[in-house]
Design a protein around this ligand. Structure first.
Ligand code: NAP
Length: 257
């Protein structure tokens, strides 16, 4: 890769959520502009070779630092090295972000209810979107559903509450629906423990959201496990929702790996 395409940035902090999940922050160069929901390409140097991976930005487009959320992929060339990251280390950051999972893509239907459905680290782009006043003012209802295998993988659960208090006051009503699909203790009737497509098919997602999915009003964004994205997209299509193309339609998706 051409040296001019990236800059060297400094790791400011590392936060470990579990053995396999961590977040880190980087210095943000003045030229690095992005829309909430976009990806950055982050690089490391291994034996003189540069390896890059795409990471959705967690932080708001207005933040001074750049935050990212990562899983450690077993034996993965990139994340198995990245997991040892510490403050003061340097990473490469491509100058130009990319990706189309942004709220600006929705022209029709007009903003009314926004459903953000994530698995695992696919939560990242939604955290960025929610740390901006615009969606809270544009939408009447926002639903964030976040599916993980084990309870300890529900990273950012506390931060989500704080974000909703900070940005949501006086704006859209907000429901956070954590989903734990492999709980150690059997779930109660009120806890969501099934996969997203099942929760759409059996009506439990809407029941817990207190809102119906509606082709005339709903914007639905999916991000995470590629199989989840495909299965959930099909469940939504079976309910009459359509893919968003050239601004029109309900569903926007991003495969996360
Ligand atoms: P995951 O398998 O993606 O599970 C996270 C959540 O998604 C769980 O609630 C899971 O439910 C659900 N899920 C899985 N398949 C689904 C489907 N078809 N429909 C609906 N929901 C579905 O687990 P993870 O821990 O986030 O990631 C697992 C592996 O993915 C990692 O070990 C890694 O290899 C890979 N990964 C790679 C990258 C990368 O950048 N290369 C990034 C993230 C993850 P169940 O419990 O029912 O399965």
């Amino acid at each position: 890769m051409n040296e001019e395409k990236f800059t060297r940035e400094t790791v400011l902090s590392v936060r470990r959520w579990s053995d396999t999940l961590f977040s880190f922050t980087l210095t943000r160069p003045a030229h690095f502009r992005f829309s909430a929901g976009q990806f950055a390409r982050i690089g490391i140097e291994v034996d003189g070779e540069k390896i890059f991976r795409a990471y959705s930005v967690v932080s708001s487009p207005f933040a001074e630092e750049l935050e990212f959320f990562s899983i450690v992929v077993p034996d993965g060339a990139f994340t198995s090295r990245l997991q040892h990251l510490k403050a003061g280390d340097q990473l490469l950051l491509e100058k130009i972000p990319f990706g189309f999972l942004t709220l600006a893509r929705y022209q029709k239907p007009l903003p009314q209810d926004l459903w953000l459905l994530a698995t695992g680290t696919g939560l990242a782009p939604f955290l960025s979107m929610l740390q901006d006043f615009a969606p809270w003012q544009q939408y009447q209802q926002i639903i964030l559903a976040y599916s993980v295998r084990m309870p300890e993988e529900l990273a950012y659960a506390e931060e989500i509450k704080t974000i909703a208090q900070t940005f949501g006051e006086g704006g859209a009503s907000f429901k956070f629906l954590p989903i734990v699909t492999r709980p150690v203790v059997p779930p109660s009737d009120t806890t969501l423990a099934q996969r997203l497509p099942t929760l759409i098919e059996n009506g439990l997602l809407e029941q817990h959201a207190g809102l119906a999915l509606n082709p005339a009003t709903s914007h639905v964004m999916l991000c995470g496990n590629p199989q989840m994205v495909e299965d959930t997209r099909n469940a939504l299509k079976a309910r009459g929702l359509t893919m968003n193309r050239r601004g029109e339609g309900n569903i926007a998706v991003e495969n996360y790996w």
